[in-house]
Design a protein around this ligand. Structure first.
Ligand code: DLL
Length: 432
């Protein structure tokens, strides 16, 4: 267990004072050591010494992913490479990858924060933790690995892939906690079923899932199929990796590690703060990072802060599960659509499997969405009438959730792609 009540249950005034002190030292560090930030602050005429309150942070410039690309690979590091003990990078599906670094101290902080997230999600030193996130340049595997070791759990660093072997190890090594993407958890559940494994013969109790958006319906599905308590955890490599925020046993929003990260929620168009509790883009400033501090990083992730205190006793504010990235948002017939909204409808309809794909195409000048959804065998093969009923029901529910009509196409079980890491739900066929 890794539990810091003096931080995690801090009163708000004390926490804000603490954040301000850490912010001031971060600003000094970047101004002294990172020419990129010095230039941007100077351009705006902001002297770090003049930032005297947390509200003053709004005078500072935002940082965006392109700034990382422009400074590839080490341009935003605030310490000499000799002090960097680890480098991670994101794969960069669009353009150049982004590179981040950690000092020895950063690794210690990172381990403590993922240990916090693991503890909040039920993991203790008595657990056997199977880490089925990729190890390597991706932050998922290593980030949670160090936290689990920090707690004293027994860690199985299996990485992702080779699902049958994952199941065998889960059985033989008596895994109690599974860590991976929610879509991989579902694939494991299906594979267990196909292999004829009796779920009650396993020792699994907890699942910690993150790195991609998922819905409440998907949580229910995973919890029922794997007979575990499933929690959500959030992070991004630019800020640290996993360990930024995670759910406690209440499973109702993710506690943000605010003693290390200052968060804002902004309207992505006006760049002004949204009203308290409203949905907008999450912006994060790191407060303790040494090698790779980030000032007002625009995550592109859409969420909202939850105002109510959490019954678990932690005072660290919670954020609602991430709805999706603003860059994943589809605009169809002028309406904004998030893949996660579609998912939440699909998971409620009986006779469908939890596997789907969203195809976006352009007919003339109009964008169209077709949702491919796997349906059970009897519905696919035997009962045309029932198939039509299911399709009509999904269409109606999607229409009422999204406010627009979309095509729904039932497909046979196991025809859609499965994912061992982050799922690719949207297939964009528009030639823009
Ligand atoms: O995905 C870090 C991570 C690893 C988090 C393991 C949790 C568990 P990146 O590859 O840089 O880092 O991707 C970060 O993934 O900006 C979100 O869009 C998305 N994301 C991460 N966690 C969640 C989540 C890792 N719980 C990007 N819910 C972020 C929704 C998530 N989206």
């Amino acid at each position: 267990m890794y539990w810091e009540p003096e931080r995690e249950c801090m009163n708000r005034d004390e926490l804000e004072q603490f954040q301000l002190e850490r912010l001031e030292s971060t600003l000094n560090r970047v101004y002294m050591n990172v020419p990129f930030y010095r230039r941007k602050f100077d351009e705006l005429g902001v002297d770090p010494e003049s930032i005297r309150s947390l509200e003053d942070i709004r005078r500072l410039p935002f940082t965006v992913k392109n700034d990382l690309r422009d400074n590839y690979p080490y341009g935003l590091f605030a310490v000499p490479l000799r002090e960097v003990v680890r480098v991670h990078a994101s794969s960069g599906t669009t353009g150049m990858s982004t590179v981040v670094g950690y000092t020895k101290n950063d690794i210690k902080t990172w381990s403590n924060l993922t240990a916090r997230v693991l503890t909040a999600a039920g993991v203790t030193k008595d657990d056997v933790v199977q880490i089925s996130f990729g190890y390597g340049l991706f932050t998922g595997g290593f980030g949670l690995h160090y936290g689990a070791e920090r707690i004293g759990a027994s860690v199985i660093p299996i990485s992702s892939g080779n699902t049958k072997r994952q199941i065998k190890i889960m059985q033989d090594f008596k895994t109690t906690a599974l860590i991976c993407t929610p879509s991989y958890a579902l694939l494991m559940a299906d594979t267990l079923f196909e292999m004829g494994v009796n779920i009650n013969s396993l020792s699994l109790r907890y699942g910690l899932f993150g790195a991609e958006p998922w819905s409440e319906g998907m949580r229910t599905e995973i919890q029922e199929k794997l007979k575990i308590v499933a929690t959500d955890n959030y992070g991004l490599s630019e800020i640290m990796g996993p360990g930024v925020a995670g759910e406690c046993m209440e499973r109702n929003g993710l506690h943000i590690n605010e003693d290390h990260f200052f968060v804002e929620v902004i309207n992505p168009e006006t760049l002004e703060p949204v009203a308290p509790g409203e949905t907008g883009e999450l912006v994060i400033t790191t407060l303790t990072k040494e090698a790779f501090p980030m000032i007002r990083y625009r995550t592109r992730d859409l969420t909202r802060l939850l105002p109510d205190p959490c019954p678990c006793g932690r005072t660290l504010r919670r954020m609602h599960r991430v709805l999706g990235r603003s860059d994943d948002m589809l605009i169809v017939k002028g309406v904004n659509v998030f893949p996660s909204q579609i998912e939440s409808v699909l998971f409620e309809v009986e006779g469908t499997e939890p596997h789907y794909q969203i195809v976006v195409d352009r007919k003339g000048h109009l964008d169209e969405i077709t949702v491919l959804i796997e349906v059970s065998e009897e519905i696919f093969f035997d009962e045309m009438k029932k198939q039509k009923q299911v399709v009509d029901l999904i269409k109606r529910r999607l229409q009422s959730e999204l406010g627009i009509g979309v095509e729904v196409k039932p497909v046979e079980k196991k025809t859609l792609e499965r994912f061992e890491g982050k799922a690719q739900r949207v297939l964009d066929q528009r030639k823009l």
